[in-house]
Design a binder for this molecule. Sequence first.
Ligand code: GLA
Length: 618
Amino acid sequence: MAGHAHAAPDPLAPHASWSVTTRGTAPLPPMGWNSWNAFNSDIDEERILASAQALVNTGLAAKGYRYVDIDDGWWLRRRQPDGRLVIRAERFPSAVTADGAGSFRPLTDKLHAMGLKAGIYSDIGRNSCGQAYTANFANQPEGSQLEREVGLYGHIDQDIRLLMGDWNFDLIKVDGCGIRAMTPANPLVKSGAYRALGPLVDYDTLSRTDIPAVRGLYQEVSDALARTRPANDYVFSLCLWGSADVRSWARQVGNMSRTSEDISPNWERMLHNLDSVARRELYAHANSWNDPDMLYVGTGEFDMSHREEARSHMALWAMLNAPLIIGFDMRKATPDLLALLGNTALIALNQDPAGNQAVLAWDSDTVQIFVKTLADGSKGVAVFNRTGSAVDATLTAEQLKLRTDAPVDLVDLWEGKPARFTGETRLGLAPHQTLMFRATGQREHAGGLYLSEQPGAVNPAIDGVETPMADPMIHRGLLPWKNTKGSGERPIYGGWGGARADATPYGQALRIGGETFTSGIGTLANSRLEVRNAGFARFVTRVGVDDSALSATAKVRFEVFADGRSVARTGWIKRGDAPIALSAPVQGARIVELVARGDRTGLQNDLPVTWGAAALDR
Ligand code: GLA
């Protein structure tokens, strides 16, 4: 406590700052095209430039699709002994240089001259994903063991200077197969093809993953990028597929972060990738977005003969602030595919300047309703049928946080048709259909904005999750490349117990002392949330230990800080106690912090707490 000479630093002390990374530039979800879903690693200059040109010619570039990203397949070897990376120049004629090493500078110059941005791909380990898993893919690195070590490991500074400095790429995607796959037991390692490394990531088991070591390596890349690009004009894309508890640290390190294994062009897999972000609305912010992987719109079960599926995939990615990265050979794009990818209403939802990921307003395995609060106060709404059967759904004004006694105006974003309802409206959904609306009405909370309507402004700096646990809420379909080998598709993606908008950390409705809250933030005890205050005067809430807490005796004290000053606090309260109302002046403060302190140290997983009806008011 204050004045105590030997007190340990308080881990929940207010910081009066916003701790999402300011490195790199991604104020909105990046949009563009990537070679992987279109060509796998079978890439060349002609294919990449043709898709780039198509983005320009079709007007998609003007609508925001600016990044043209080269994925796996560009490298030939790491030159010995100086370690410089060598491009597979036979595939990239403009990269040929007299010294034989090659340079992508002519290609990035060309993309820049077209008004586009250029992205490149690497791996945090010594080896790539292709080397680890798909040796039969085209364009694998060649040469000796050392020459085939094309990943960043041991070369972070050198490679970042080359790729992002000399070659002037604007985005780098850094994969993680090299720290996951090259185990001493891997036959490829045993045979001497590759050197063993770690593994630092045990994909199946968080507790066997060296989380600090993984984070440390990605941090080194972040530091190298900051040195190489002092103008800060780049995007750092993390590709750890939700492993290594990346959910809890990505927002301090990178600008977008994969939340699951690779998408494939089928419905089940899309559901899986969707679920890996759907409940992480408080972990997506300007400059650091959740990435459920690239679009597969146009291919397989999302081709234009599967209209509802293609629309759903596109609409949901837009609503969840996913980076919109096309994965289609644009030379073959049909007008209806271009119309879907270029749907201005959906792009506007994704690129809305408020940067709020949609929040689940209604959840089930059958229908889900996502609501995204936009900068102008209106709502983007997706009513989503996960199933292969037609279903009826009811959309209520309450789900939109609009008044139930005043008309709600809807615009159907597929058909452009207006509609109006009061209270609730009944909707019919075709199999796999997503109805999309923009909704306006009178706000239920007229005085300001609920925090759960502005998840992009709420950062669970400390979410109380002491021991990362796998998230059991993600749909787990068959992995096409694994089929039913092994023992099953088990929960592996860390994130269980993270803070939520309008739900407890474990997905229950918020409830304090028998009273249900349809709006609020659910988190665990021993947490600190940062809230960006865009000019509001007052913070109001009614707090308590959530009724879903397992412990009936553990106590929690709630405290609110405005730019580091304590402005309101409760005494110690426990489960079953009535909610305590707090109203704190926050005028002029840039950062409001919400601290829930438990009376025990260590694991708080049994102790969900609720900031009920938390709002910033004018
Ligand atoms: C991993 C990534 C994919 C793609 C491939 C390339 O699987 O998750 O997005 O980059 O590697 O080999």
